[in-house]
Design a protein around this ligand. Structure first.
Ligand code: 5GP
Ligand code: MG
Length: 189
């Protein structure tokens, strides 16, 4: 199934991409999942002032919607890690492009990620943060692609499990495009 507003969102790419994008998760279902995740997080962080760390760029749309459902005295920071670039496969090597600036020691840290695929990126980040001695360290991921896991990753708060397909939209890109699509799509070959 495809949504009719594709054409306006895709501009000149419409001829190339319209037939290759299939809707996987609608913005309505994303909103419901965010309500559920926000309830779980609020319950677990009562009386705390968590530091939410978003992984740029993919998680920014999810994080923006999630924090507005979190009635907690939270703080935000971001890290930027090396990305796939124009490839759909991880190189397996992760680099920190922009590290965390807020002191992490003694904080209740909640990492916000768009997708856990092989697990290589997020386990690298969790190790990087653990070295900075947070009081607690949890992971909230919008999506999980467990079929491709190479490194075990405990996901404390999960939106959706997705099939072994490349997904775009709602912050997730292919070669920097499609981040602004309101729903999540599979990008077919
Ligand atoms: P991992 O290291 O777990 O293999 O990959 C993590 C990162 O790769 C994610 O944070 C995301 O940026 C990117 N990634 C993995 N799978 C997908 C996907 O299906 N679609 C998009 N757009 N990015 C992905
Ligand atoms: Mg990411």
């Amino acid at each position: 199934m495809q949504l009719c507003y594709h054409s306006s969102w895709l501009g000149n790419d419409v001829m190339v991409f319209q037939t290759q994008l299939n809707i996987l998760i609608s913005h309505n279902d994303i909103a419901k999942a965010i309500d559920r995740l926000a309830c779980e997080i609020k319950r677990d962080y009562q009386g705390k002032q968590p530091l939410l760390i978003g992984v740029l760029k993919g998680s920014f749309v999810f994080m923006a919607d999630l924090i507005r459902q979190l009635a907690l005295p939270l703080e935000l920071d971001f890290v930027r890690l090396s990305s796939y670039g124009a490839a759909r496969e991880s190189s397996g090597k992760v680099r920190v492009i922009q590290g965390v600036r807020t002191p992490v020691k003694g904080r209740d840290v909640l990492v916000i990620e768009d997708i856990v695929d092989t697990g290589i990126t997020i386990s690298f980040l969790l190790d990087y943060l653990k070295k900075r001695r947070p009081a607690s360290l949890m992971l909230c991921a919008l999506t999980d692609k467990p079929s491709r896991r190479r490194v075990p990753v405990p996901i404390d708060y999960l939106g959706f499990t997705v099939p072994n397909k490349f997904i775009v939209g709602y912050g997730l890109d292919f070669d920097e495009r499609f981040r602004n699509l309101p729903d999540i799509y599979t990008l077919e070959d």
